[in-house]
Design a binder for this molecule. Structure first.
Ligand code: ATP
Ligand code: LTN
Length: 342
């Protein structure tokens, strides 16, 4: 994120935590809104990134697919520039402290607070036949993820702001009742127009989502070049045929934001570039820019997936490192709550 504050020299390095669900191959939305910012943050902060498989099962997953996707998600994070030597990179279910801390925090979370979460309301409507308790308490587990590492900053897309706010409320309540235990985290959300929220290519009023049942709505970062081109050519836009960023032109605005991220050009420059040209030319140009931008990630991903033993070593070491940090916080939590020492 261009606007990320620099870590002050000489002070403790600030801690960054973020997570992503292994519910499918990452989309352009995940990449633009979240993951592309995570690599550069490694240079200045103490970064901890997690594949949140415990969160993924709030929606029914096929076990074999979940296992495969979890490894793929881990490799994809590395392909997007996360380095296990610089960051702690691990899989959530490998560290039991998350479940343990979540239970403690759930007793400092109100039913009413959870009922107000928009992600819960959205998912409850979408998966009406499986409104399980985990879907409801999902934000408490997310709070545990964040608070266990004494996190300062949580880089996420706009849709997660509400969950980070709730995490702050839970932390504040726990600290108030039992004494200061947790660092108060803050969401780190791209403030620029480009990228905070990438929309579906088929319904530009809805966010692009990797679990969209219609694959034409999202571009996954592993899509073949021909598939990417086809999805952009078929993107839903208005009938004005003028490449200009304006209220109500959700489809074109979305494509312009994507193009801007991959070319580094700002919106007025893009408007100028396509003055007098039709949507067809523009859509092809967006597709080409995305194909080119994703190629190095796709190549690196293929290499990584050929060395499963290396990936395994990385996620096992990642879990050990994560546990040594989270264990200290969990011990403090148990002590504060009054649990008798073992
Ligand atoms: P699912 O469809 O399975 O619910 P998702 O695609 O919404 O998943 P998550 O795993 O929940 O993705 O989110 C990972 C990160 O990507 C989060 O920080 C989230 O804010 C960000 N993100 C997800 N979708 C978008 C989007 N369309 N635009 C910008 N950021 C996004
Ligand atoms: N809730 C997030 C994923 C997530 C997360 C986290 C993000 C789980 N735990 C901790 C940041 C920090 C989502 O649905 N995208």
């Amino acid at each position: 994120m261009a606007e990320t504050p620099a870590a002050p020299q000489g002070e403790r390095k600030k801690i960054i935590f973020s997570g992503i669900q292994p519910t499918g191959v990452f989309t352009l939305g995940n990449y633009i809104g979240a993951i592309r910012h995570w690599g550069p943050l490694q240079e200045e902060y103490r970064c901890i990134y997690c594949v949140v498989d415990l969160h993924a099962i709030t929606v029914r997953q096929d076990p074999a697919a979940l296992r495969r996707r979890t490894l793929e998600a881990y490799a994809l994070l590395m392909a997007c520039g996360l380095d296990p030597e610089k960051s702690i990179l691990f899989i959530q279910s490998h560290n039991p402290h998350h479940n343990q801390c979540a239970w403690a925090l759930s007793c400092s979370t109100q039913f009413g607070e959870l009922s107000r979460m928009t992600q819960f309301k959205d998912k409850a409507a979408r998966y009406a036949d499986n409104i399980n308790a985990g879907l409801f308490t999902y934000p408490v587990l997310m709070a545990a993820d964040i608070l266990l590492y004494q996190t300062d900053l949580v880089p996420v897309g706009e849709d997660q702001r509400q969950h980070v706010e709730l995490t702050r409320d839970i932390a504040g309540r726990f600290n108030g009742a039992f004494g200061t235990t947790f660092t108060m985290p803050e969401a780190l959300i791209s403030r620029s127009e480009e990228g905070a929220r990438i929309m579906s290519l088929q319904d530009p009023t809805r966010k692009m989502s990797k679990s969209d049942p219609n694959p034409k709505g999202f571009v996954s970062i592993l899509d073949e070049p021909s598939v990417i081109m086809k999805k952009f050519r078929g993107a839903v836009t208005d009938s004005e045929a003028q490449v200009a960023y304006a209220p109500g032109k959700d489809g074109i605005n979305n494509l312009m934001r994507i193009y801007s991220v991959f070319t580094g050009r700002d919106l007025p420059a893009i408007q100028e570039e396509f003055a007098g040209k039709g949507y067809g030319d523009f859509k092809s140009a967006v597709g080409e820019a995305v194909v080119q931008g994703l190629a190095p990630i796709q190549n690196r991903y293929k290499e990584l997936m050929e060395d499963k033993a290396y990936l395994e070593r990385c996620y096992q070491e990642g879990a050990q490192k994560a546990m040594s940090v989270s264990g200290r916080t969990l011990e403090k939590v148990y002590k504060r709550l009054g649990f008798l020492h073992k």
